[in-house]
Design a protein around this ligand. Structure first.
Ligand code: 6PG
Length: 242
């Protein structure tokens, strides 16, 4: 595991954008393609806009990149809460990609059917081979969740590398999420976490005692891939080792 700490938000976004350029270019030159699972929420929006900007978009052969989602809110793709809509506006539309390169989660189905259909899409993409994404991007909630792996939810104990529908009792909403075993198959996993509000959660995940129920992001331990954290000084403030 590598912990990268940057002075501020702008530097952490450039640091991760550079890392994505490196991993994408290596994967494309080796395998002719790059599969990336996007994270949702607020933190990655500026990252996606940076990657689609004139200073970055020429650095990757985007025609070889396939976009998936680590999780999705169970809302229509037109809903402001939709991770797909956020990514569509921030990077997918600006890069003028073919629809064949983009694999949204179909939230027009029931939660369970959406999860089953996405699992099928992923298995088809990997042609029945082990579904090992080249890069999975993750965020971290201030309650130590990642993707839609929330504290005290049954999906934390799921041992299959797949996609599951989860019901969040406190928020009265469904989410669709990659399970930890699926994320842990990835060649590269990168957390993007910035802001002081995340410092306690970052400490819980990186340095605190193991407590998966309370700190679900502790589940993220790639089997053979590399795990990197991209933090600003605010998010790293509670770390003893940096
Ligand atoms: C989501 C994300 C989720 C997110 C964290 C952090 O769908 O919300 O996948 O896991 O990464 O909640 O969100 P912020 O970046 O908005 O703090």
């Amino acid at each position: 595991m590598k912990i990268n700490v940057f002075k501020n938000e702008d530097e952490v976004l450039h640091g991760l954008a550079n890392y994505i350029v490196e991993t994408a270019s290596a994967s494309i030159s080796t395998n002719g393609q790059f599969s990336i699972a996007l994270s949702g929420g607020n933190s990655p929006k500026k990252l996606y806009e940076l990657l689609a900007s004139s200073s970055y978009k020429g650095k990757i052969d985007w025609s070889k990149v396939h976009f998936f989602f680590g999780d999705e809110r169970y809302v229509p793709h037109s809903d402001p809460q939709s991770n797909y809509l956020m990514a569509k506006k921030a990077i997918l539309e600006p890069l003028e990609l073919s629809f064949k390169q983009i694999f949204p989660i179909d939230t027009s189905l029931s939660p369970d059917d959406a999860a089953k259909a996405y699992t099928k899409d992923i298995n088809l993409y990997f042609a029945g081979m082990e579904p090992r994404f080249d890069l999975v991007l993750l965020g971290l909630g201030d309650n130590s969740h990642t993707a839609s792996l929330f504290p005290h939810t049954p999906v934390l104990h799921d041992k299959t590398a797949s996609i599951k529908a989860v019901y969040l009792e406190d928020q009265k909403v469904y989410r669709i999420t990659m399970t930890a075993p699926l994320i842990n198959l990835a060649h590269h996993v990168a957390f993007l976490v910035y802001g002081e509000g995340k410092a306690v959660a970052v400490h819980h995940i990186i340095e605190d005692k193991t407590d998966i129920e309370e700190y679900p992001a502790q589940l993220i331990k790639p089997q053979s891939g590399d795990l990197q954290w991209f933090l600003d000084t605010g998010a790293a403030a509670q770390l003893k080792r940096k």
